[in-house]
Write a protein that binds this ligand. Structure first.
Ligand code: SAM
Ligand code: SF4
Length: 442
């Protein structure tokens, strides 16, 4: 049997696309290799959101070149956002690449690679104009009880720093019937937790109007009604699209978890305007109040960028102020990275690297202190945990996630896929520690 090996970079959308890439290759007769050395088809599903993933990918291409020299029949396929951003230039940079494809052209992968890897059209590139959902492709899931469900592709926002709209195109929502059919099928296969995925997940449905009158809150309610689905998550929502019906649906749907990843990006209203985020700091804080009023015990995560062009010490102080005011349970912190072709890459007043790094350190310190305090507040409580496997740091313990999306390591005898109550006895800024109280459901 011919074998494939997929290497994935970047966000959850890419991880999910890789499940489709694997499923597609399996459907044309390939099996998964346990290492790149054993593979006949090497797929790299790339990211280009910042410079760092570009550099990591370049290092991997060094390895791929060596493998290709040793085995000239191996097929090297490069997909994802970096491939789309670089297009034909990719073949100049890496002449040993056989096939390149963007995130919207995974459905064509089987044609290019061909049954058993025969007849691969060398140097072919998936054209972005043909973008279509990969959601209808076969799927190879990592865990039997958790699944990602893509609800939309692309993004209509114009955030000045972001390359996503140019590599993933305009937003297109999947039709509700199709999404619900997938969710019901997954529930039938034993999936208990779903994560709805979209670049701007809560603007889902707007492009379906006037044919289908619906919005994201309706989708949450419909997923909640599917028997067997006990947890619903979604990522990433945009603060501008958190309208009342979405908040009400979250509050009233038992399966929707008490966790929202709510990207802030900056706490400075002046910079938010320059970023084209379409909200200011006060509106964001009011949204947090509305969310917390509707959903008691809500956990909030966020994304913050430091060093956006023109960011002054006063702007950065505003970011720290908002972070202190919201008290996030978790946060991804990023150094602004200019991306070719985005509006911000050409702005004057790029912030020097040293200043960016120094601000990042200060931000991380605040984020970690608050997260540690938030987690310490959980000690003594009982949290429902979906068991994922053994603890990564101590094999004698189990690991899972609470509804509020915190990793919990705990003593117990449950199996992966079970929901159990865990008494929280200790915490760090990233994790909880405890012991299993009782089985909630087998
Ligand atoms: N669509 C999602 C959203 O809007 O939240 C995800 C976008 S991106 C995959 C995840 C995060 O990367 C963004 O929220 C932003 O904080 C960060 N990011 C995007 N472009 C960036 C850039 N040029 N430099 C640094 N961070 C960036
Ligand atoms: Fe990028 Fe903004 Fe769209 Fe998120 S909402 S993908 S940050 S353009």
């Amino acid at each position: 049997m011919r074998r494939y090996f997929v290497t994935t970079f970047g966000c959850q959308m890419n991880a999910h696309d890789s499940e489709r890439i694997k499923g597609t290759l399996e459907s044309i007769g390939f099996g998964e290799a346990s290492s790149r050395e054993e593979a006949d088809v090497l797929v790299f599903n790339t990211c280009t959101i910042r410079e760092k993933p570009d550099q990591r990918f370049a290092a991997h291409m060094g390895d791929a070149k060596v493998l290709k020299q040793a085995n000239p029949d191996a097929i090297v396929a490069v997909g994802g956002c970096y491939a789309e951003a670089q297009r034909e230039r990719l073949f100049e940079l890496y002449p040993f690449v056989d096939v390149a494809f963007g995130p919207g052209t995974i459905p064509h992968l089987a044609d290019w690679i061909g049954a058993d890897g025969q007849g691969v059209a060398r140097g072919s590139f998936g054209i972005a104009e043909e973008r279509s959902f990969s959601a209808t492709l076969p799927l190879q899931r990592e865990r039997r009880f958790q699944a990602w469900v893509q609800v939309s592709m692309g993004c209509n926002s114009k955030c000045a720093y972001c390359i996503v709209p140019s590599v993933r195109g305009r937003e297109v929502s999947r039709r509700p019937g199709e999404i619900l059919a997938e969710v019901s099928r997954l529930a039938g296969e034993g999936v208990r937790e779903i994560t709805l995925l979209g670049q701007n997940v809560n603007s889902w449905g707007r492009d379906l109007l006037p044919d289908v009158r619906t919005e994201f809150g309706e989708l949450l309610r419909a997923c909640d009604a599917v028997d067997g689905i006990e947890r619903i998550r979604f990522t990433s929502p945009h603060p501008k699209d958190f309208r009342d019906p979405v908040i009400a649906a979250m509050a009233e749907s038992a399966a929707v978890c008490e966790h929202i990843h709510l990207p802030l990006q900056s706490g400075s209203s002046r910079l938010l305007k320059a970023m084209r985020r379409t909200y200011d700091a006060e509106r964001y804080l009011r949204l947090v109040d509305r969310l917390r009023a509707a959903i008691p015990d809500l956990a909030l995560g966020t994304d913050v960028i430091v060093g956006f062009p023109g960011e002054t010490e006063a702007d950065f102080a505003e970011t720290l102020r908002v972070v202190e005011a919201v008290r996030y349970d978790s946060a991804f912190t990023f150094i602004y990275s200019p991306r070719r072709g985005t509006e911000a890459a050409d702005l004057p007043d790029q912030v020097p690297d040293g200043v960016k790094h120094e601000r990042l350190e200060r931000l991380v310190e605040v984020v970690q202190r608050i997260a540690a305090e938030r987690n310490a507040e959980r000690i003594g409580r009982v949290e429902e945990v979906l068991v994922e496997g053994s603890s990564r740091t101590d094999a004698a313990l189990l690991r899972g996630r609470t509804r509020r999306n915190t990793t919990a390591n705990f003593a117990g005898d449950a199996r992966p896929g079970e929901l159990v109550d865990v008494l929280v006895q200790g915490s760090t800024s990233m994790t909880l520690r405890g012991r299993q109280a009782a089985l909630v459901a087998a």
